[in-house]
Unconditional design. Structure first.
Length: 131
């Protein structure tokens, strides 16, 4: 897991928006993001791009956790409930894995464990590994 932690530390955008990685294991990852003013849209709820960024980091970490470089080929998100304050959590799990493709589902929840969004993505798994 040392290589995946190095991978995460190189993700400057996630650092910039305030996403903190909590857990990583093969095919799984969990992170949190404290909602700040810069995460809010013009109506005072968390911007969809902030939610997507949180889920996308978990997608990247979980899909690269096996050591092979994995590149997104499809991603979508469904927004279920607005969030305005507090801490959001994203937890991702690998749903399928083969030598070339893998799929992941990420749930974003709030502090009350209410489901805020569901993200699903697919990656192409390269033969190359992390150095």
């Amino acid at each position: 897991m040392e290589n995946i932690m190095k991978f995460y530390r190189n993700d400057k955008f996630s650092e910039y928006v305030g996403i903190e990685l909590i857990e990583v294991s093969e095919g799984r990852a969990k992170a949190k993001m404290e909602i700040k003013d810069h995460h809010l849209n013009s109506i005072g709820t968390v911007h969809g791009a902030a939610l997507f960024a949180l889920a996308d980091l978990i997608f990247a970490v979980a899909s690269n956790s096996h050591g092979n470089i994995a590149m997104a080929i499809n991603a979508n998100i469904t927004y279920l409930k607005a969030a305005k304050k507090g801490v959001l959590f994203a937890e991702g799990i690998e749903m399928s894995l083969n030598p070339k493709l893998a799929t992941y589902t990420i749930h974003i929840t709030d502090e009350k464990n209410d489901l805020i969004a569901i993200f699903q993505g697919m990656v192409y798994r390269k033969k190359e590994t992390f150095q």
